[in-house]
Design a protein around this ligand. Sequence first.
Ligand code: DGL
Length: 273
Amino acid sequence: MADRSESVKRPIGVFDSGVGGLSILRALRAELPLEDFVYVADSGFAPYGERDEAFVIARTQRITQHLLHRTNPPIKALVIACNTATAAAIHLLRQDYPALPIVGVEPALKPAVAVSQTRRIGVLATRGTLASQKFAVLLSSLAGQAEFVCTPCDGLADAIERHDTAQIEALCAQYIRATGQFGLITGEIDTLVLGCTHYPFAGDVWRALVGPDVHLIDNGEPVARQTRRVLPHPATDANAGHVTLCATGDTTALAHACEHWLGRHLPVHSLTL
Ligand code: DGL
């Protein structure tokens, strides 16, 4: 007889500081339509990107404990849908939970190298991600393959979280200017990495600023494929999976973002963590 852990349909846990991880959840739903997901937006403690590492580690551990010990049934895999939390804490979570498959996100530099012709690549991410040891290792692994122009985008995830359109447009314009000249001519930046899961929410704004030909790269699809690869006991019933949404802060922002990103209205549970 199958043990209980195989016969009960266990969800995949996904979390971010706020709405940004929905850009990853959308790709996960497309790749794994039969799976159930529990999504936690840590909006009561967002943004993470300009906080110190110890704070982000503590929040990440708290959310993981919740998903493993206080959701019923417990999660069978975890997706850290946040570059900042992945950089700060994925290695610690893997030490603490060696049996739990954990997938993180990191700025998609390798896919950017694969498509860039000018070999000049812009990287937009939070201050925390760009300052992390993990990002330094990633950059040095690609030394000599391209020039990366990295710009920390203070305040942008927060503006996206608050749905503040004027502020989003102003900050995007400021950070694109700070990054450099975009285009397809030698010396110009022809590829832009969106290294924070909030930034695809401003996809139209980026596109208007950099023009039609520049590659915009995020990592929803590669993360979803990696999750499929590491998933234990994939769901096999024919019913489409369920999504449960939780937020530690404002629930309406997540509900609205869900309508936009997943194309459906779902209730958001308030969570105290
Ligand atoms: N969405 C997150 C990331 O990918 C964090 C944004 C923030 O809270 O600053 O880094």
